[in-house]
Ligand binder design. Sequence first.
Ligand SMILES: [Zn+2]
Length: 205
Amino acid sequence: MPTAVQEEWKDGFPFIGNQRILDLLNTKPVLPAGPTELLSDYPAFERWLIASGTVTFAEEKAVLRSWRGSAETQIFLHEVIAFRERLRGAVVRIEGGHLPTDGFLSELNTLLLRHPTHALVCRHGKTLIRQTRDELSQPSDLWTRLAESTAQLIVEADHSRLRQCEACVLHFLDTSKKGSRRWCSMNICGNKLKVAAYQQRRRNP
Ligand SMILES: [Zn+2]
């Protein structure tokens, strides 16, 4: 039977953010060996895109495979990592009760304008639904999904529930009923903190 620890990690990446773009932000965790870049090369990024559900269809996974080794892909990954670090700044600002800077919003709006989402009307059983479509013909087309996820987080998520783990660098959106989540996960940091508090009490009864 899979344990909770396994469910929080998929293909070597933590998925504790409750929002896709936070899971992208969390691809540089602090592991026992120190801060670790999990998007170390394109194959790793390809695995993250699939594990995170950013790319789901078989045809699109084949497109991702066809980009392996291309210079354009390297450049794109480099840009995504740079964006991830600016996103970190925006998320930390929101957690501190501020809106992201105008510079960040302007960068995001440029991405949204350059990589628009197309909404189509499709049959879904006996009903109709609106579905977004975006073609993947070059790596930078993935910006459509990443920028859309970013917009969704900063506009639609409850800012008071956006938090950084009390014990590590991971960020999450607290979707718990009580809204009192403090750790990235009980398995990763919660237990660690509880043990530390217990030892502290034993030392200073
Ligand atoms: Zn943590």
